[in-house]
Design a protein around this ligand. Structure first.
Ligand code: CA
Length: 463
């Protein structure tokens, strides 16, 4: 990646519809000079805290405050090592805070940190908050979830795609805070191509929105619109958890800039390797063909040699394609060597997705009308009309953007409505409490008066 490639980012965090507080946190820190960028790159972090009361909130906030401080100050020349050290230090600090106070005992947080630098994209993480890359119409998960489900699948105790206990889905096997030392995973460096988009998120998003839908939205919309729609979609499907999304969009190379070169020997040079193996494939077919012709014309030795050679090449080809084949959705790698990415899916927008999104929006619209939410109806109707027109012209990205705007009008109305209901409830609770306090005061006064009268009577009888 080059410094001249301007990175656009969008980040947002939402409490969701069920939780009383938001225990997620995020930070985005750009290097402001080419020198700083060469040394450390741009840093993006999402953390998802856990623990009762305000404990999770504190843990995730400590992570997003502490990691950049240590990382940017570090003198370690290796970006991966500096990132690991920064995450380990945050773990030690959170652990220490947890030990100081019994209420904070075992406070913890997940953490996923992405660095975009001259080496490419480097990801450090602990827990099940994820990092994805959207390139063209593919989405790839770059991090391995430290969750019970993923660990059991990796150990072969759970079959890929096998149904897992819903209540155990969010059980994580690693986090920052509960233990004195943290085991940090580093993935990458991944080559960054112009137009690559990276997404960091908490499990509040992935619990409601599957990978291919995340891919379609991030692929089709500018980062700020994509972040809004992802959060709105998670909330429309229940909003059972806090949702946090950070998107980084890597801009084009400067005029005449060279294409990115591979940064490490393991990086695949996909187009060149693909072309080589395609040539190899056609040569194999040619060799087998020649062998067959020779055998047909009774040139047994030549025919045998060519057919044998062709069969060996075919075997090599099949072995190569087996190794290269991406792990399908729901599958886990079964080798000790971590693969380049952990899962991948198509991010190509589909009519079904748009139709489903439009259906959800219609249901929400009916609810809004029934419950009389305050909605910016002119903006909503304009977006719906523009979405219809875009659909007629088969302009999928535009249609998604307009449906997203209409959804946002409705969700803004929903949040305002919920706030009004909450405030009304609080006011009525206050009024009830005031009433109870007034009644109690009156009762106490009556009792005091009664006691005075009795005392006075007693005094009189003594006299
Ligand atoms: Ca969460």
């Amino acid at each position: 990646m080059r410094w001249e490639q301007k990175v656009q980012s969008a980040a947002d965090s939402d409490i969701g519809l069920r939780r009383k507080n938001n225990q997620d946190a995020f930070t985005v820190q750009f290097s402001s000079s080419v020198e700083d960028w060469q040394r450390r790159g741009h840093l993006f972090i999402v953390a998802d805290g856990m623990g009762g009361h305000a404990v999770g909130e504190l843990a995730s906030k400590m992570a997003v405050d502490s990691i950049p401080l240590t990382y940017f100050k570090s003198r370690n020349e290796s970006i991966a090592e500096a990132l690991t050290e920064a995450i380990e230090k945050a773990n030690a600090e959170i652990h220490q805070r947890g030990m100081e106070n019994r209420d904070f005992n075992r406070m913890g947080t997940t953490c996923v940190a992405l660095v975009l630098c001259h080496k490419g994209a480097i990801v450090g993480h602990v827990g099940d908050s994820r990092c994805y890359r959207v390139r063209g119409d593919r989405i790839e998960q770059l991090t391995f979830d430290h969750s019970l489900e993923w660990e059991l699948t990796r150990a072969g105790r759970l079959k890929p795609g096998e149904a897992f206990l819903p209540e155990a889905k969010h059980v994580i096997t690693r986090s920052l805070g509960p233990e004195p030392a943290a085991d940090v995973d580093i993935d990458g460096p991944f080559i960054v191509f112009p137009g690559d988009r990276f997404l960091l998120c908490s499990d509040g998003l992935t619990g409601h929105v599957p990978d291919h839908e995340i891919g379609m939205i991030v692929h089709s919309l500018p980062p700020d619109e994509a972040a809004r729609l992802l959060i709105n979609l998670a909330n429309m499907r229940g909003g059972s958890d806090n949702v946090t999304v950070v998107i980084a969009d890597c801009g084009p190379l400067p005029e005449g800039g060279a294409a990115p070169a591979p940064e490490t020997p393991q990086q695949p040079v996909e187009p060149a390797v693909g072309a080589f193996w395609m040539l190899f494939f056609w040569l194999t077919i040619l060799v087998i063909g020649i062998g067959a012709v020779l055998i047909a014309t009774r040139h047994w030795i030549g025919g045998g040699v060519f057919t044998g050679l062709g069969a060996a090449s075919l075997f090599a080809l099949i072995a190569h394609w087996q190794r290269k084949r991406p792990v399908p959705m729901g599958n886990m790698p079964d080798t000790e060597i971590p693969p380049q990415t952990y899962r991948e899916a198509s991010a190509r927008p589909t009519q079904e997705f748009l139709a489903g999104l439009a259906r959800l929006k219609r249901e929400l619209r009916e609810l809004a009308a029934d419950e009389n939410w305050t909605i910016d109806w002119p903006a909503h109707d304009r977006a719906v009309a523009a979405a219809r027109e875009a659909l007629d012209r088969k302009h999928v990205a535009r249609a998604m953007s307009e449906i997203g705007k209409a959804v946002d009008c409705l969700m803004t109305g929903l949040h305002a409505h919920r706030k009004k209901v909450r405030l009304a409830k609080m006011a009525s609770e206050h009024a009830e409490a005031d009433q109870r306090a007034a009644e109690q005061l009156a009762a106490e006064l009556r009792e005091a008066e009664q006691a005075e009268v009795t005392e006075h009577d007693a005094e009189l009888s003594e006299d």
